[in-house]
Design a protein around this ligand. Structure first.
Ligand SMILES: Nc1ncnc2c1ncn2[C@@H]1O[C@H](COP(=O)(O)OP(=O)(O)OP(=O)(O)O)[C@@H](O)[C@H]1O
Length: 242
C-alpha cells in the first residue's frame, strides 16, 4: 500500500520585504511528512522554524514553492477554501496555548467545529471526546484561568485534534511547561500520530523533546542543513540539554 503524504513542502521560499530590506526567512525547503509521522524541526533563533509552520498551515503565503496538505495544493485554493481546510484538517498548538479566556475548555475545543458550521450540540459531543482523549474530560466546564499550564496545553491539544484533523503543527508546545508536564504533552502528540495517522511537525529548541520525533530536521538561515553540519552549529549545541 502506498504511504500517504500528510504534508508536502516543495521548493518553499518566504521572503519578507524587498530590495535591500528583504529577509529570506525560507530559502527552498523540501520536506515530506507522511501520515503517522512526527518530524521535529530544530535550529537557531531566526532560522525560519515558525515561518515554516505558518506556511505549512496556510496562515502565511509562501513567496514561491508548493504546500500540499492532505493532497490539497494550497495555492490552488481560494482564501475561503484555505480557511476551511485550516478549520477542518489542520490543528495548531502554540507555546502560549491561545485559549479564549471567556470560554470553557469544552467551548474552546468546540469552537473550530462551530465556526465550520457544526451544530453546537454535535460540536460539544466531539469536544468532549477530544478532551477525553487528552485525559481531562472532567475539566470540560472549567475556564482556562482556573487550570494549570499543563491542563491548558491539553485543552489546546484537544482543540488541535478535534474532528477530522490530518496535520498537527506544534510550535514550542512545551515552552511554558515544566519538564514532566512537557513530556506528557509530547507523549500525547506522539500517540496522536501513531494511533490516528496524523502527520505532525514539532518545532522545538530541546533535543530531548526532538527525540520523540521519527526524525529531526535542522534549519539554518532558511535552509535544511545536514545533521552533521548542525551538530557543529554552536547554537544547537548550546541549546541542547546536557
Ligand atoms: N513578518 C515578518 N516581517 C519581517 N521579517 C520577518 C517576519 N516574520 C519573520 N521574519 C524574519 O524571518 C526570519 C525567520 O523568522 P522565524 O520566526 O521563522 O524564525 P524562528 O526560527 O522561528 O525563530 P525563533 O526560534 O526565535 O522563534 C527572521 O529573520 C525573522 O526576523
Amino acid at each position: 500500500m502506498a504511504i500517504k503524504q500528510g504534508l508536502v513542502l516543495q521548493g518553499l521560499t518566504r521572503t519578507h520585504g524587498d530590495g535591500e530590506q528583504a529577509v529570506h526567512a525560507l530559502r527552498g525547503i523540501d520536506l515530506v511528512v507522511q501520515e503517522g509521522e512526527l518530524v521535529a524541526v530544530m535550529g537557531p533563533s531566526g532560522s525560519g522554524k515558525s515561518t515554516l509552520l505558518t506556511c505549512a498551515g496556510g496562515l502565511d503565503r509562501p513567496t514561491s514553492g508548493q504546500v500540499l496538505v492532505d493532497g490539497n495544493d494550497l495555492a490552488t485554493l481560494s482564501r475561503n477554501e484555505v480557511a476551511a481546510l485550516r478549520r477542518r484538517r489542520i490543528g495548531y498548538v502554540f507555546q502560549d496555548f491561545n485559549l479564549i479566556p471567556a470560554l470553557t475548555a469544552a467551548e474552546n475545543v468546540a469552537l473550530p467545529l462551530e465556526l465550520d458550521g457544526t451544530r453546537a450540540r454535535a460540536a460539544r459531543k466531539q469536544a468532549l471526546l477530544a478532551l477525553q482523549e487528552v485525559g481531562i474530560e472532567e475539566l470540560a466546564d472549567r475556564f482556562p484561568d482556573d487550570m494549570s499550564g499543563g491542563q491548558r496545553q491539553r485543552v489546546a491539544i484537544a482543540r488541535a485534534i478535534v474532528g477530522e484533523r490530518r496535520l498537527l503543527l506544534a510550535d514550542e508546545p512545551t515552552g511554558a511547561l515544566d519538564s514532566e508536564t512537557g513530556e506528557a504533552v509530547l507523549q500525547l502528540l506522539r500517540d496522536r500520530c501513531d494511533q490516528h495517522g496524523i502527520a505532525g511537525v514539532l518545532v522545538t529548541h530541546d533535543a530531548r523533546h526532538a527525540a520523540w520525533a521519527d526524525r529531526v530536521i535542522y534549519l539554518r538561515d532558511g535552509v535544511v542543513g545536514s545533521a552533521t553540519q548542525s551538530l557543529l552549529d554552536a547554537d544547537v549545541l548550546l541549546e541542547a540539554p546536557r
